[in-house]
Write a protein that binds this ligand. Sequence first.
Ligand code: ZN
Length: 142
Amino acid sequence: MNRVSTLPDFSRLEVAMDQWSAPFWQAGGEHRLVMPRCTACATFRWPPGPFCPTCRAKAVAWVPPGAARIHSFTILAQPGADKDAPPQWRMPTLVEFADAPGVRLVSVLIDAPCDAVAIGDPVEIVWQPAANALVPVFRLRG
Ligand SMILES: [Zn+2]
């Protein structure tokens, strides 16, 4: 069977933002991925929050987290519109980054052959429109 992962419909997804995550979504609106890194001890703070989990400092710099690769994934079949329609294949994926140890972003992998994906595969970001923001999804790089 030729199973290829597809993009979920995000058109009605309202992204929840707060004062700590707003810079992430603002940069995403410009197709840039940045994450908060503590300016005192260099720990990435993900998800964004008011204090560093390591040293309790408040200040952060928003920086790119480096090259992305698959940390983990699963494959789901979403039923088609009727009983004879083929399913849509979805791949919820945890993405990790070369320069941000311990940081994992929950996303989806799109346009991927489901039977040929492996943990550690390099991926690249594709920003997709939701109701109030662009959201990061990924596809295999190369
Ligand atoms: Zn810190």
